[in-house]
Structures are given as structure tokens and as C-alpha cells.
Design a protein around this ligand. Structure first.
Ligand SMILES: C[S@@+](CC[C@H](N)C(=O)[O-])C[C@H]1O[C@@H](n2cnc3c(N)ncnc32)[C@H](O)[C@@H]1O
Length: 300
């Protein structure tokens, strides 16, 4: 039995009440995991800018149609139709709940432009119609395919879904830290989402929990720590095969792609941070960590 407080209620009772209120408040203000994920790991404006520059250089003009594989909330598909007045985008993901969140928070705010985005609950392994100019698979999602045969099947499905001369964009990370068990913390500044909601500043924690040298599988986790001290452990979890760049080159070529190019991000020695500039390279020093875009082109 708790001590009696001035209000006459037992402190235990009031503690219970305040805990209940705190729980209710925490529930009401429950952070949106998709919002935190996007603020922490995505930069769809930079991705679309990179795609348009590569297309202009290789093909001239602008591509119009894009398919975002593993689209999740379809943020990139939304950015595509926001950037290109006649652009049209398709998004493919297995998870109905995530697609619905994307429809509400990323596609609906587009207004009339939402008519040019089509989301499909499907497996990326199945080739899709209509054929498109550009297909993307970002944030390393293709690494979900851990068997060689599955990754080649996926690359073949992409090849089939692209128009002649189409381009496929992926990304990759590596370096001496990439195959180690590490936890990396990054402060994420407050931001405003496309639907106008505010995301307060928070801490993003990327954990490579275990790397298995035998099959190159990696158990990766995303955790968040909020400003009020709340921790969200294992908000997202992936078991990935760490495919190397030469393996990707071989498998994309096997699937039929004519050229495979690697654009690796540079390093700013002054800030000791990545500089955000991706240059096509034939040779790269295996620094602690690096990120690269991989661009595979179908013959015209
Ligand atoms: C890491 S998230 C990627 C989200 C977003 N595209 C990005 O760039 O950050 C991976 C997504 O892939 C989806 N996914 C996994 N396997 C899939 C498959 N075989 N076909 C379609 N979607 C798949 C999951 O449902 C999840 O939404």
C-alpha cells in the first residue's frame, strides 16, 4: 500500500494513474517507424537527380517511366512524378501495410499527380508490364536474395521489364568495416515530410549484428533513440547476402545487360565525411566504408 498524498489518494494510486497517463501519451505520440526510416536512410531527391543525369549523358533527353522495386512507401516513385511533369511511376512491394502507408502519406499529397503513380502488391521476381525506361532497387534491398540463382532470376526479371535502351539503378555498400559487427550512430535533424507532418530530431542506429563468413549473410538491424529518451530496438531487421561489386557485374552481365558501371561516393578529407559526389570509377581503394550506385544498361 502506498503512502497517502495530500490529495488523499494513495501515492501508489497516483503513480499508477500517472504511469497510465504517460503510457497513453507515449501511445498517442507513438513515432511513425516509416517516417523515421525515411528521414534516416532515404534521399529520393538525390536519387532522382542522379538517375536523370546518368540518363541525359547516356541517352540524351529525359526518361519518362520508372519502376521502383522493393518500393516500400514509394517515396521515390512519388518524387519521380513530382519532378517530371509527364513522368509515370510504378511501385512494387510484397507488403500491403507499407504500400497503404505510402498511398496515404506519400501518394495522396501529390494531388492530381497521384494519377501517374501505380502501386502493386507483388513479388519483384516476376517480370512486369508495361516496360519502363528506368528501374530502381535502392537501399540494398536486392541483397534479400541470398542464392546466386535467385539474384540472377531477379536481374532477368528486371531486364524483361525494361524497354530497349532501359537503365537499371541499384546501390551497394562495402569497405573494410562492411563485413564486421558494428553499431553506427547518426544524429538526424528535424524535418518536415511531404504530407506536412513534422519529424523531430532523433538518433539513428545502424547495427551489423553478425556476419557469417561462410555464406556472406549479414544480420542487420535499425534502431532509433528519440529525444525523450525512448529507444526503439529492432525497428527494422534484414538478413542480407553481402554481394561484392565483381559478383554484381558478373550476374548483371549474365542476365543480359550490356554495360555495368560503378559510381562510388568520394570522401571529404576536411570534414572527414562522404562528400555526396558519385563518380564513375574503374579502381577504388577499399577504405573503411564506401557506398556506390550500380548502373546496368540494356542494349538499345
Ligand atoms: C529495405 S526496404 C526498402 C524501402 C525503400 N525502397 C528504400 O529504398 O529504402 C525493403 C522492402 O522490400 C520489400 N520486399 C522484400 N522482398 C520482396 C520481394 N521479393 N518482392 C517485392 N518486395 C519485396 C519489403 O516488403 C520492404 O518493403
Amino acid at each position: 500500500m502506498g503512502k497517502t498524498s495530500k490529495t488523499g489518494k494513495s501515492t501508489k494510486g497516483s503513480e499508477k494513474g500517472s504511469k497510465k497517463r504517460a503510457r497513453k501519451r507515449a501511445k498517442q505520440e507513438r513515432p511513425d517507424l516509416h517516417s523515421l526510416y525515411e528521414a534516416a536512410v532515404q534521399n529520393v531527391e538525390a536519387d532522382v537527380d542522379f538517375i536523370l543525369k546518368r540518363w541525359r549523358k547516356a541517352r540524351g533527353g529525359q526518361p519518362q517511366t520508372l519502376r521502383e522495386d522493393f518500393c516500400g512507401t514509394a517515396s521515390l516513385a512519388a518524387e519521380w512524378v513530382r519532378t517530371l511533369p509527364d513522368g509515370e511511376a510504378w511501385g512494387v512491394d510484397l507488403d500491403r501495410g507499407t504500400l497503404d502507408w505510402g498511398l496515404r502519406h506519400r501518394i495522396a499529397p501529390l494531388g492530381n499527380r497521384a494519377e501517374r503513380v501505380h502501386l502493386e502488391e507483388a513479388d519483384v521476381l516476376v517480370p512486369k508490364a508495361p516496360r519502363v525506361d528506368v528501374q530502381v532497387a535502392f537501399n540494398f534491398s536486392y541483397q534479400t536474395f541470398r542464392r546466386r540463382a535467385d539474384l540472377v532470376s531477379y536481374f532477368r526479371a528486371v531486364y524483361e521489364s525494361l524497354d530497349d535502351g532501359g537503365m537499371f539503378f541499384l546501390d551497394s555498400f562495402g569497405g573494410t568495416d562492411a563485413l564486421c559487427d558494428v553499431e553506427e550512430k547518426t544524429k538526424i535533424s528535424k524535418s518536415v515530410e511531404p504530407d506536412g507532418r513534422r519529424v523531430p530530431a532523433f538518433l539513428y542506429i545502424w547495427e551489423q549484428k553478425h556476419f557469417n563468413a561462410l555464406d556472406h549473410s549479414m544480420d542487420c538491424r535499425i534502431h532509433f533513440r528519440l529525444k525523450d529518451g525512448r529507444r526503439i530496438r529492432n525497428a527494422f531487421r534484414y538478413t542480407w547476402r553481402m554481394w561484392s561489386l565483381p559478383e554484381m557485374n558478373d550476374l548483371l552481365t549474365e542476365a543480359g545487360f550490356e554495360t555495368v558501371d560503378f559510381y562510388v561516393e568520394g570522401w571529404d578529407d576536411e570534414t572527414d565525411e562522404p562528400d555526396g559526389i558519385f563518380k564513375k570509377r574503374k579502381r577504388v581503394d577499399n577504405e573503411g566504408s564506401w557506398i556506390a550506385y550500380v548502373v546496368a544498361s540494356k542494349p538499345c
